[in-house]
Design a protein around this ligand. Structure first.
Ligand SMILES: [Zn+2]
Length: 120
């Protein structure tokens, strides 16, 4: 249950970042994204749904598995670089909770890697 909430939060965080980026770069407003950005957002959500770490998913920032296609990875990195610092002003509670979500990522990742070694 706890984990599912984190994943919903992660998706919300990504969506917020995309909105900030798109509003400033592509002149969109409100809850609207341009075609390009909404395609990138659905891609990001699909990656979260398919994450190999589920249900114990780390935040994407601290992840060791690079599941994004290179082009998409560059695009999302640019969004995060731009929107990251602005998130704290726009959605302070969500941002802080997302940062807190990332606190135990080291544990999550090493737990996963141990499991994988076990299987190999
Ligand atoms: Zn856009």
């Amino acid at each position: 249950m706890q984990e599912a909430k984190r994943i919903i939060r992660e998706k919300k965080t990504v969506q917020h970042m995309m909105l900030i980026y798109c509003h400033h770069h592509h002149d969109t407003r409100g809850e609207t994204l341009c075609d390009e950005c909404s395609a990138l957002l659905s891609y990001a959500n699909a990656r979260i749904d398919k994450c190999t770490f589920l249900p114990d998913k780390p935040t994407c920032k601290n992840c060791v598995v690079h599941c994004y296609a290179p082009q998409k990875r560059e695009a999302i990195k640019e969004v995060m670089r731009y929107a990251g610092p602005r998130m704290l002003l726009r959605a302070p509670i969500l941002t802080i909770r997302h940062l807190l979500d990332g606190r135990k990522d080291d544990e999550r990742v090493s737990r996963f890697q141990k499991k994988k070694q076990h299987r190999a």
